[in-house]
Ligand binder design. Structure first.
Ligand code: ZN
Ligand code: ZN
Length: 374
């Protein structure tokens, strides 16, 4: 055993070192030290982010060049997503954890690592057997977390004011390994609050939560990658692969207007299979949104993207139509308009891929079962 490198020890050492030499001096410089959580949490979030960025850059990105799902003559539109990912992972997210999430978890009775949760609904209280099987407990947490994510994601598409924000994630025409973190900060805030509350209720410890998040994030970075990779007939029925999530991002097809309402799962596909939203067997289709007001996102940089999403949100949240579930587009005044009142043929625009929608085998929509000749 002594020859084995001691990873937990090395990890704590790296955290302490980074905290003392970079995080604490930086917090002092920003005058936010001592405000909230432990600076070591920022250090840990930064290290986890470094692991994540390395895996994206060293594995997922090369795979995109090697086995692309779409051939692009340039990757111009992916740049904004890459810059945004780096800013989120190395700046916004660690600070958000420190200033908001940790104080929030303490406020609602969250506990420090190594003590048991005070939530009466903590899984380890309800089923003490799990205390002796930490890996299974972690897996169980994950299943619950993913189930909540699935329904949250369906709501993001169904409620117009939420779609106003979530549509920023979908407006990307060149979906790549960097696209996962593209999303309105307001949307990100709502999502992380919901997931943090679930984590608190089921008794996930803060340090476990960080790893839970990393696993989910990595799976999503991969499922957004522009790669021609599927997990095969058996595994694709359980886990989300890049083929599966690419279909969630497909452009609306006027001939089959409900085809794109599919594949909402984050890591497990079982929820889509169970609730009738799974779509398999369709060839890769161009990604993006048909709605010209949302598609205009592609003309903007980081600030412009956020500003456009906020304008849509503002237009939707203050009117009745913004709260009525259903698929919408946005008018020039940023108010939501049900797509049932629009001609979807006007939504078709030139996609940037060179191999758009090749001849596909007849797709099967688990929800509607519709099949249309090519
Ligand atoms: Zn979505
Ligand atoms: Zn996505």
């Amino acid at each position: 055993m002594t020859a084995m490198p001691d990873f937990p020890h090395l990890w704590s050492y790296l955290i302490a070192w980074l905290s003392d030499h970079a995080v604490v001096p930086l917090l002092a410089l920003l005058h936010v030290n001592g405000l909230a959580g432990d600076p070591r949490q920022i250090a840990e979030a930064l290290l986890i982010a470094a692991v994540q960025v390395s895996i994206i850059g060293l594995v997922f990105r090369p795979l995109e060049s090697w086995v692309p799902a779409e051939h692009w003559s340039d990757r111009r539109l992916t740049r904004v997503d890459r810059n945004y990912t780096l800013l989120m992972l190395l700046g916004i997210f660690p600070l958000f954890t420190y200033l908001v999430l940790t104080p929030f978890s303490h406020l609602f009775g969250g506990t420090d690592a190594n003590t048991s949760s005070s939530s009466p609904l903590a899984i380890s209280h309800l089923i003490p057997w799990f205390n002796h099987h930490p890996l299974l407990l972690f897996l169980f947490y994950y299943v619950i977390y993913d189930f909540v994510y699935y329904w949250m994601h369906r709501t993001q598409h169904a409620i117009p004011w939420w779609w106003a924000l979530h549509s920023m994630h979908h407006s990307q025409r060149q979906m790549s390994c960097w696209t996962n973190d593209r999303g309105s900060l307001v949307d990100g805030f709502i999502q992380s609050m919901i997931l943090a509350v679930v984590g608190l209720v089921i008794g996930v410890q803060p340090d476990e939560f960080a790893w839970l998040m990393l696993l989910g994030e990595l799976a999503q970075n991969f499922s957004h990658a522009n790669v021609r990779i599927g997990f095969g007939r058996a595994f694709e029925r359980v886990f989300v692969d890049p083929k599966f999530h690419r279909l969630h991002h497909m452009l609306v097809d006027p001939q089959r207007p409900s085809l794109h309402n599919c594949n909402y799962g984050q890591v497990f596909t079982v929820w889509d299979v169970l609730f009738g939203t799974a779509l398999y067997g369709e060839a890769p289709r161009p990604t993006g949104v048909g709605d010209p007001i949302v598609d205009a996102d592609n003309n903007y940089g980081l600030i412009g993207l956020h500003w456009a999403a906020l304008k849509r949100f503002w237009g939707a949240v203050w009117c009745r139509a913004g709260w009525i579930p259903g698929e919408v587009a946005f008018g020039e005044d940023y108010r939501p308009v049900p797509v049932s009142q629009l001609d979807l043929h006007t939504f078709v625009h030139a996609a940037p891929m060179d191999t758009a929608a090749e001849a596909a085998p007849p797709p099967v929509h688990a929800a509607s079962g519709e099949e249309v000749p090519g």
